[in-house]
Design a protein around this ligand. Structure first.
Ligand code: BTN
Length: 266
């Protein structure tokens, strides 16, 4: 690793995102910080949901990263983060990207990692720019299910109608999943490469790569958001800003935020 990333490992905290957000608000972040917790007592998911994780079966960490870009120019960040996670997983699990693809790994706009249409990971991005002349600090929270997907599924019942997967469902051969710390370090290494390039070049350099992992391209989807009427149409990919493109009859609508589901499912 050739960057000054501070690595922090804690046994327990409320939320690694909240920990780093508090430091960003105080203006005390200087170098990138990656913070991993074995247990989160108040893990956060997107849209005010909670994130269910288990010390033995999950990887939960956040990375605070300073961007030169303004917050408005970071709209594709969660998509680029998904690509960085896939690349890191490919290296650490000794599976090529094409093997990951064949086994059903996909990205669901804007922030989910899927395995055979079931979610095994999520990304929560918070932060911003305190003053115009300062860096934009983004807190990138990543949660991955490592094993025992059924345990997660039973806990999520009633909360979300989501099917859950875990990384150990990939064909790992004789080698089982590596130690969490090793997995974490490899993901940070990959994130560093992707985020550095993203800060210089923007999302357009990643557009093609992202479309290659798009879980819902060509599918009939429904996008819901808090306080908004659902939008339905056919998902046709993303634009150069990372916005989701939906074909509706003869027009294309671009969506900046929301939850996507296949039509007929929630
Ligand atoms: C989602 O899919 O809803 C996003 C889940 C993000 C979970 C991670 S775990 C590490 C970090 N700390 C949190 O409280 N949340 C993120």
């Amino acid at each position: 690793m050739n960057w000054n990333c501070i690595l922090e490992r804690v046994a327990e905290t409320h939320s690694t995102n909240d920990d780093l957000l508090a430091r960003w608000r105080l203006g005390s972040l200087i170098d990138p910080v990656a913070r991993i917790a074995r247990n989160q007592t108040n893990g956060k998911g997107r849209a005010g949901r909670s994130w269910v994780a288990k010390p033995e079966d999950s990887l939960c960490f956040s990375l605070a990263y300073p961007f030169k870009r303004s917050p408005a120019e970071l709209s594709g960040l969660s998509l680029v983060t998904g690509l960085a996670v896939i690349t890191g997983l490919s290296e650490v699990l000794n599976l090529t990207k094409s093997e990951l693809y064949t086994n059903g790994v996909r990205l669901k706009w804007p922030n989910d990692l899927l395995l055979k249409q079931k979610k095994f990971g999520g990304i929560l991005i918070e932060g911003g720019q305190r003053k115009a002349e300062e860096n934009t600090w983004m807190i990138i929270g990543i949660g991955l299910n490592l094993r025992n997907a059924t345990k997660f599924e039973s806990e999520l019942k009633g909360q979300e109608n989501k099917k859950v997967a875990a990384l150990n469902e990939l064909p790992l051969g004789a080698e089982q999943l590596p130690e969490v710390d090793f997995l974490w370090l490899k993901l940070i290494e990959s994130l560093e490469k992707y985020l550095r390039k993203f800060d210089v070049e923007g999302f357009s350099s990643f557009l093609e790569e992202w479309q290659g992992w798009d879980a819902y391209v060509g599918e009939n989807v429904c996008i819901s958001g808090i306080g908004k009427n659902p939008i339905e149409g056919i998902a046709i990919g993303v634009d150069t800003n990372g916005a989701l493109l939906i074909q509706q009859n003869n027009k294309v609508v671009s969506i900046l935020a929301g939850d996507v589901s296949l039509r007929g499912q929630s």
